[in-house]
Design a protein. Structure first.
Length: 224
């Protein structure tokens, strides 16, 4: 049994996954920057509701970002603590990979997006290549307008798309901008769990001592 944790942004999520049974339980919610207080009680509730004992867990997955500095640290600290205390395999998955995962059969190029605050987004283009479905450029942090300026062909935008994000992209790109309904763009923790389970089943795991969040710029240093 694998537990997945995602607190990359204000949209938080958890899931339970097990090979043959697939997705067992899943929950997403919007957190008002209260990830620390909310995460583990939600995990305990989900385990109890699914009838899963903590001892049944064999692996824990965590979304690595990019995303909120504080949010990323909450899930990663929880995942490392669970892994070290219970001998679980630890598996980190980039957050934008989770966003892009369900759109692999789209005929259009896909740009995965998470909100970064202050009118900015973290994003990357995804497509098929010799190494399979993956990001086709390094993760980027920019304004929505700057993102729009990089797009030259019809593109599907997926992920956390605020109304202002959609409006800016539609204004700059016209019919080159394609969007799914919000429910189909949701960054689901079940996708994180499924990606991580594939790695776990292949015998892979990450080192708790070295696994780090993906930041696209450094957090501000505390003032003296």
């Amino acid at each position: 049994m694998l537990l997945a944790l995602d607190t990359s942004t204000k949209l938080a999520g958890i899931a339970l996954y097990e090979g043959e049974r697939g997705l067992i339980a899943e929950q997403s919610w919007h957190s008002a920057n209260r990830h620390t207080e909310e995460l583990m009680p939600q995990v305990a509730h989900m385990l109890a509701q699914a009838g899963v004992r903590p001892a049944a867990l064999r692996a824990v997955a965590v979304a690595l970002g990019p995303g909120s500095f504080t949010g990323l640290r909450v899930a990663l600290a929880a995942a490392k603590g669970l892994a070290l205390a219970n001998g679980l395999a630890l598996l980190g998955v980039p957050t934008l990979d989770v966003v892009a995962y369900p759109h692999q059969r789209q005929p259009l190029p896909v740009v995965a997006i998470v909100q970064a605050g202050r009118g900015r987004v973290c994003w990357a283009p995804y497509g098929h290549g010799p190494d399979g479905w993956a990001a086709r450029a390094p993760y980027a942090l920019s304004t929505v307008a700057a993102l729009g300026d990089t797009i030259n062909t019809p593109t599907l935008f997926a992920g956390e798309l605020l109304p202002t994000t959609r409006a800016t992209l539609a204004e700059r790109l016209g019919d080159r901008a394609h969007f799914l309904p919000p429910a189909l763009s949701l960054r689901r923790p079940g996708y994180l769990a499924e990606i991580a389970w594939g790695r776990y089943a292949a015998g892979q795991a990450d080192n708790p001592a070295t696994l780090c969040p993906i930041y696209l710029h450094q957090p501000a240093e505390p003032k003296e």
